[in-house]
Ligand binder design. Structure first.
Ligand SMILES: *Cc1c(COP(=O)(O)O)cnc(C)c1O
Length: 426
């Protein structure tokens, strides 16, 4: 697309946007009495207008039914999680039995590693991207230690080549091949939180399998952002959170994917009664007998209020036509933001902004990570003071994420206009 850095052009894009009415389904925070320009859906998605109603419905069920709410009412809590899986399975590219909604993200990563990180004295290493989200680093280090290994030896991190910001797929594949005999697990994010790089999940999974290694993914920044086909790609396991692109509230409920090829294996698990086979759960018998499918990894009584918030958001995804529809708009918005930043980038022949997110639309989602020259924190504070909400990552990166459900091209233009004013005045 030939972009233009003008309000008329932005307006025209918005007029043609089939999703333009969806902005009205979300509550935008205010700053000085005006809606902010919210470019932070990669960190915490906005509240759907319907969230309060979904929550109130369950509070009313609780009020009116008490414990009977598990079995009575329009949405008995016992089966409430099943109402989430059709939309989620489309978002993740999985069949419904491969998905279970439960817990929070890092907890799920631990539970999945209990089952899928099975080190032996010869094969005990984990390959991951350098600069992964800290919680994942801590989780992996503690898992490795739990099995009696030293993280310094057992965790192989791969970093971009010198002078580069993102990883080349060929380097990931080489690292898998070169360490094949010692690897027990390849664990990557779907999209790196810092750079916004969308990894080639299918290719990484194939390479891991060719080396006889399990491939798992943390999809915190990918779920609800980019199209995924976990089942077809043969991914062994994955987990995600629902509060970033899936707008399900701070600390919202997470989910897991386990490929059906693993359903008939014996697994190590940290089990709980909610993962017991459903037809016999309430016999309260001794000896754990897992529910077939991903449901067997559930541990505890599901938090219905969090699930209600998740459902409010997933119903909007469904109404919008799913991630492929969102993705088309996301590419336009992200491309437009990139164009505008590059358009205002030069000051006296010097580059002010360097976008470290890959240029190819297929290698990124809705986020651009911008390294700022000079007073980076000053630029970030200036944006915030003028009602543009992005987020800051040390030492000098601003992440901006135009989200197709509630952002417009005019948002992108206005954020760019502010940046341009800042550049004028330095
Ligand atoms: C956001 C994020 C997390 C956060 O995990 P919680 O358990 O929800 O706090 C973990 N890993 C990645 C890759 C993330 O992007």
């Amino acid at each position: 697309m030939q972009y233009q850095n003008t309000p008329e052009f932005a307006h025209q894009l918005d007029e043609q946007d089939p999703l333009k009415s969806f902005r009205n389904k979300f509550l935008l925070p205010k700053y000085n009495g005006r809606d902010v320009i919210y470019l932070c859906g990669n960190s915490l998605g906005l509240q759907p207008m319907s969230a309060k109603r979904y929550l109130t419905e369950q509070l009313t069920n609780w009020q009116e039914l008490g414990v009977e709410g598990w079995f009575e009412g329009d949405d008995p809590w016992l089966g409430y999680h099943k109402k989430l899986t059709p939309v989620l399975s489309a978002i993740l590219g999985a069949n419904e039995r491969e998905i279970s909604v439960m817990n929070s993200l890092t907890v799920n990563l631990h539970l999945l590693m209990v089952s899928f990180y099975k080190p032996t004295t010869k094969r005990y290493k984990i390959l991951m991207e350098g600069g992964a989200f800290p919680s994942d680093q801590y989780a992996l280090e503690s898992q490795v230690r739990f099995h009696g290994f030293d993280p310094k030896d057992a965790i192989i991190e791969i970093f971009p080549r010198s002078g580069e910001y993102t990883l080349r797929t060929e380097d990931i594949l080489d690292a898998i091949k070169n360490n094949a005999d010692e690897l027990a697990l390849v664990l990557f994010s779907g999209i790196n939180y810092y750079t916004g790089q969308f990894f080639d999940i299918e290719v990484i999974t194939k390479a891991a399998h060719n080396a006889g290694v399990i491939a798992g993914f943390d999809l915190a920044h990918a779920a609800g952002n980019v199209p995924l086909k976990l089942h077809d790609w043969g991914v062994d396991f994955a987990c995600w959170c629902s509060y970033k692109y899936m707008n399900s509230g701070p600390g919202g409920i997470s989910g897991i994917f386990v490929h059906e090829k693993h359903f008939n294996e014996e697994h190590n698990r940290f089990a709980g009664w909610w993962g017991y086979r459903k037809d016999k759960q309430f016999l309260m018998a001794p000896g754990f007998d897992a529910e077939p499918g991903a449901g067997g990894w559930q541990v505890s009584t599901p938090p219905i209020m969090l699930m209600a918030l998740h459902k409010a958001s997933l119903d909007i995804f469904e109404e919008a036509g799913g991630v492929s529809v969102l993705r088309a708009k996301s590419e336009v918005l992200t491309g437009y933001l990139e164009f505008i930043i590059n358009n205002i980038n030069l000051k006296n022949g010097k580059e002010l902004f360097k976008i470290i997110t890959p240029k190819e639309p297929g290698k990124r989602g809705s986020q651009l990570s911008v390294v700022c020259a000079g007073d980076a924190k000053g630029i970030f504070n200036y944006l915030t003071k003028n009602g543009v909400i992005g987020d800051w990552r040390e030492p000098n990166v601003i992440r901006l994420s135009p989200v197709p459900l509630y952002n417009s091209s005019t948002d992108v233009f206005n954020a760019g206009r502010l940046l341009a004013a800042y550049v004028e005045n330095i």
